[in-house]
Design a binder for this molecule. Structure first.
Ligand SMILES: C[S@@+](CC[C@H](N)C(=O)[O-])C[C@H]1O[C@@H](n2cnc3c(N)ncnc32)[C@H](O)[C@@H]1O
Length: 302
């Protein structure tokens, strides 16, 4: 694919290394950043060029300039931007990705939340899997909640909201069909109890697990949507903010803080932290993992 027209020494090169990258891809990179917070460094500009190249090929668009017009002036520009975002996002995930988080959740956090909320008339827990990719994280949470349904969560309703920017991933999540790669960390116990075989290679999550979850497309940088996500007891936003730069991360984290109930917990991926991003949350250590706690009014630690 020929994606280069400029030859200045400082121009980054395409993934094939030989051709300089057209500066239009830098404009597209900046547009993507403004829309969804995903930031690609100059040396990774070839990734944007590759993503656009795939769309251009599908649309039989010949030049980067023509593609820029499709993204910015064409009547169908919003739909095309969505398609491009689907190409740009990275959805690496699996079921039971972080066992220490699940241990912390079931051994410490759930008992604490249940105790804190036990005097409320409606016994309900609301969990948000933000950046859920193809659904593995949300189903993992749902299965673990179901494991507690006859004990700790007897009489409680659990609602899981699972959202992602990538609408193809959201559709895959809704189907809930997984192969060996996604299931590599899932024990036979969970496979037998919560999945049905589709064929020799694939398992589908059972309807009773799906019932706990509502999947939808949501852009974490869309402030107007983020304002309507209040009342969460737990937020999992694992391995998502790594794709954002500092200001986009800080903005999303502020939303999480105001969307969490007092006494609620927020989890990031194992390699992520809120260091220098937000000092309102309290850092809590658990074996093998950390979480962030929004101090409850009665804790006196506000
Ligand atoms: C690596 S996956 C993480 C999946 C899962 N949370 C986990 O830890 O296994 C990152 C996900 O973040 C999503 N994402 C990236 N930018 C986003 C944004 N602005 N709004 C919503 N989701 C976004 C991507 O589409 C992708 O599915």
């Amino acid at each position: 694919m020929n994606i280069g027209t400029q030859t200045a020494m400082t121009t980054p090169f395409s993934s094939k290394g030989a051709e300089p990258i057209d500066p239009i891809f830098r404009q597209i990179r900046d547009l993507v950043y403004k829309v969804c917070g995903i930031f690609q460094l100059e040396e990774k500009l070839y990734l944007m060029a590759d993503a656009c190249g795939r769309r251009m090929k599908q649309l039989a668009v010949r030049t980067p300039r023509e593609y820029w017009d499709l993204l910015t002036v064409h009547t169908n520009r919003e739909a095309e931007l969505r398609q491009l975002l689907n190409e740009v996002t990275i959805g690496e995930t699996c079921l039971f990705r972080s066992p220490p988080q699940l241990d912390a959740l079931r051994k410490v956090i759930l008992p604490e939340l249940v105790q804190d909320k036990s005097k409320q008339v409606v016994k309900r827990l609301r969990i948000w899997s933000a950046g859920c990719s193809t659904g593995e994280e949300s189903y993992t949470l749902a299965m673990n909640m179901m494991e507690e349904s006859d004990r700790l969560l007897k009489g409680w309703t659990v609602e899981i909201l699972a959202t992602d920017l990538n609408d193809r991933s959201v559709e895959t999540a809704k189907a809930g069909i997984y192969g060996d790669y996604a299931l590599r960390a899932t024990t036979d116990y969970f496979k037998r109890k919560y999945f049905s075989p589709i064929d020799e290679k694939k398992l589908q999550i059972r309807p009773e697990v799906k019932k706990l979850i509502t999947f939808s497309r949501l852009n974490l940088q869309d402030d107007s949507r983020m304002l309507f996500m209040k009342g969460m007891d737990l937020i999992f936003c694992c391995n998502v903010l790594i794709y954002f730069d500092g200001p986009s991360k800080a903005k999303v984290i502020d939303h999480y803080y105001s969307n969490l109930n007092f006494g609620g917990y927020f989890f990031l991926g194992t390699s992520e932290s809120l260091f220098k991003l937000n000092d309102k949350f309290h850092l809590v250590h658990f074996p093998g993992t950390i979480a962030y706690w929004k101090p409850s009014l009665k804790s006196g630690k506000l």
